[in-house]
Design a protein around this ligand. Structure first.
Ligand code: ATP
Length: 200
């Protein structure tokens, strides 16, 4: 079983930018959001079960129509619970399988909801990418070309900065430029290598 670093942070904090740089250093990165999409791909058993449960209205050209499914579970909390009970164990298994493929000295699980979902209990160490809220909103608006209001609405449903930091072993304060972020990633990477003591 590989040694796993959980990487999390709020929306637009710089998780992807940090993870991409760890990957450039040769570290195996698994994205929890991607795993959540893979388990409902055509041909996977979960999609079949979702269609049997909700009907063909949640399909579009053979693939899952996320908007349609979202609407169904938004209107009915019981349906949301049904879906979560189906998907959560599958996503957990998918994530574990991809982490097990790691050949690097350690592996990274990137998850925006590491704290909210309790996934932090399944990793060996937690790195939080932290950013002052004003900068977080500015960067997210710049990236997604969305409104500040919309970003603030998402911030409200995510864990607070304080709550996330309570679970952090390490903090990467991403309040400088990208070159600085990368230098911080390299510093942390060297530190994680010493923690691992060269073990695979
Ligand atoms: P989400 O949870 O929404 O996917 P994220 O945490 O993965 O967000 P990124 O996409 O990595 O965040 O970063 C958000 C935006 O801010 C991106 O456009 C990214 O290029 C930019 N960014 C990240 N870090 C810096 C930095 N240090 N300096 C300037 N821009 C940055």
């Amino acid at each position: 079983k590989p040694w796993i670093l959980g990487l999390t942070g709020g929306i637009g904090s710089g998780k992807t930018a940090a993870a991409n740089h760890f990957a450039r250093l040769g570290i195996h990165v698994v994205d929890a959001d991607q795993a959540a999409r893979w388990v409902v791909e055509p041909g996977r058993p979960a999609l079949q079960q979702i269609v049997e449960h909700f009907g063909p209205g949640v399909l579009h050209e053979g693939a899952l129509n996320r908007a349609a499914l979202r609407e169904r579970i938004f209107l009915d909390p019981n349906e949301r619970i049904w879906l979560e009970r189906l998907l959560h164990p599958l996503i957990r298994a998918e994530v574990a399988a991809h982490l097990a493929d790691a050949e690097s000295p350690y592996a990274i699980l990137v998850s925006p909801l590491l704290v909210e979902s309790g996934q932090y209990r399944q990793v060996d160490r937690v790195l939080v990418v932290d950013v002052p809220e004003a900068l977080q909103v500015e960067r997210t608006v710049g990236r997604d070309l969305t409104s500040e209001e919309q970003v603030r609405a998402i911030l409200k449903v995510q864990a607070s900065r304080e709550e996330r930091l309570r679970h952090a072993d390490d903090v990467l304060l991403n309040d400088h430029d990208l070159a600085w972020l990368q230098a911080e990633v390299e510093r942390l990477h060297r530190f994680y290598l010493t923690l691992r003591g060269g073990r695979q």
